[in-house]
Design a protein around this ligand. Structure first.
Ligand SMILES: [Zn+2]
Length: 409
């Protein structure tokens, strides 16, 4: 390894400048949907000649296409300018999302439309090798599908429950998983398919999916908060995903909301996810529902969906449980808002199914307590993918690398 620091800024040579400029054009088209060449020059600050060169190359590669002129928003004078957009028939990104129960595989075009989906259930899988075999078989299936459609696949993105080791490209040792332990998934997939492969934790991947294809397209600073078995977040600041030294920049589920609180397997006490994670809420419901006049007291082992269903029927106990949940989440989300200063906090993963009960109330309570109150309101909104983020966060990781100019066609 070089004795010189890798943190020093590097100079730009012609090819890095070209990639960076192409990236500006792609990001602009992705955020605005359609734009003329004149619009692109204005938005990116590039010369018209540069825009012509870049868009000509992207048109040849089938990444973008020309749409009917006169589609609004044009910057031309006199005549309707030709509008450009990311092509429906663009090359594809493959990706998959891994949680404790299943792997979900999707092939998307660069507009974020899903063109094929497959699922791998993990319950019956006993070993890491069998897990990898299952993954390889489904990647193979999706790549064959792309080949039949005569579509190029530019790489593979993997969104996995953490912790993951970004440097080694490994799924490290997620708690409560007998199979997922020290799996060198990036090397194995690269070796087999000879394609660019990118791995990140599922919350970071979700934030990128929200930014590229969801409700965060035109936002500069936002947080994606996913509540499922655990609680995690992905933070986008200044339009870039915040990674930190090891990719753990937003492990907000382990913010302590009670220093004398419940112990957490992470070693800390009073962690947010020990109160507001889905298993914690189910446990809380089982404690409070017994002996009460409630739809829930009839259910032997209350699950999250039972709580939400009962709340929809105006069950007072279920509504009180969701109110407790909102209280715990508020404590964590005020800390998140104070730490990152986002314009919006998106709510996603399983919590999204109770979005209509919690989103407005969270926004109200957070804004009573956040440091920035009186200057700008922190918005709380449902993720554009609600509780189905797993359909897109894997391939979005790869699409992001392409849009950033780190992966070529
Ligand atoms: Zn913890």
């Amino acid at each position: 390894m070089s004795k010189y620091s890798t943190t020093l800024r590097k100079g730009a040579n012609q090819s890095t400048i070209k990639n960076a400029n192409r990236s500006l054009v792609l990001e602009a088209l992705n955020s605005y949907g359609t734009a003329s060449r004149t619009d692109l020059a204005r938005i990116t600050g590039l010369t018209k000649t540069s825009i012509t060169n870049i868009t000509t190359e992207l048109l040849e590669q089938g990444v973008i296409c020309e749409t009917d002129p006169g589609g609004g928003g044009g910057g031309g004078i006199g005549r309707n300018p030709v509008m450009l957009e990311i092509a429906q028939g663009s090359p594809l990104a493959l990706g998959f999302s891994i949680n404790r129960d299943f792997g979900y595989f999707s092939l998307i075009n660069l507009k974020g439309d899903i063109v094929r989906e497959d699922m791998l259930f993990l319950h019956d899988i006993e070993t890491a090798e069998a897990f990898l075999d299952g993954i390889m078989a489904l990647c193979e299936k999706q790549l064959s599908f792309a080949k039949e459609q005569k579509k190029r696949v530019i790489g593979i993105g993997i969104a996995s429950i953490g912790p993951i080791d970004i440097r080694k490209g490994e799924i490290a040792n997620p708690p409560n998983s007998k199979v997922l332990k020290d799996i060198p998934i990036v090397d194995r997939i690269k070796e087999r398919f000879r394609l660019p492969v990118v791995l990140n934790n599922d919350m970071n991947a979700s934030a990128l999916a929200e930014k590229l294809f969801g409700c965060g397209k035109r936002l500069t600073n936002f947080v994606y908060l996913g509540v499922t078995n655990g609680i995690g977040a992905g933070v986008v600041l200044d339009k870039r995903l915040l990674m930190g030294e090891n990719g753990f920049a937003a492990e907000v589920g382990h913010i302590s909301i009670d220093y004398k609180g419940k112990p957490c397997p992470c070693g800390n006490v009073g962690c947010l996810e020990r109160y507001a994670g889905i298993p914690a809420i189910e446990e809380h419901a089982r404690e409070v529902a017994g002996g009460q006049a409630s739809l829930l007291s009839l259910i032997p082992s209350i699950r999250w969906f039972d709580i939400v269903d009962a709340a929809r029927k105006q069950d007072k106990v279920a509504l009180a449980i969701l109110d407790d949940l909102t209280g715990w989440l508020t404590a964590g989300m005020v800390a998140i808002a104070n730490a990152y200063d986002p314009e919006v906090i998106f709510i996603g993963h399983e919590l999204a199914v109770a979005g209509d009960f919690v989103v407005g109330e969270l926004e109200r309570r957070i804004n009573e307590r956040v440091f920035s109150k009186g200057i700008q309101k922190v918005k709380v909104q449902l993720s554009g993918f609600a509780d189905k983020m797993y359909r897109i966060n894997g391939p979005a990781l790869l699409a992001n690398e392409y849009f950033r100019g780190n992966v070529q066609i």
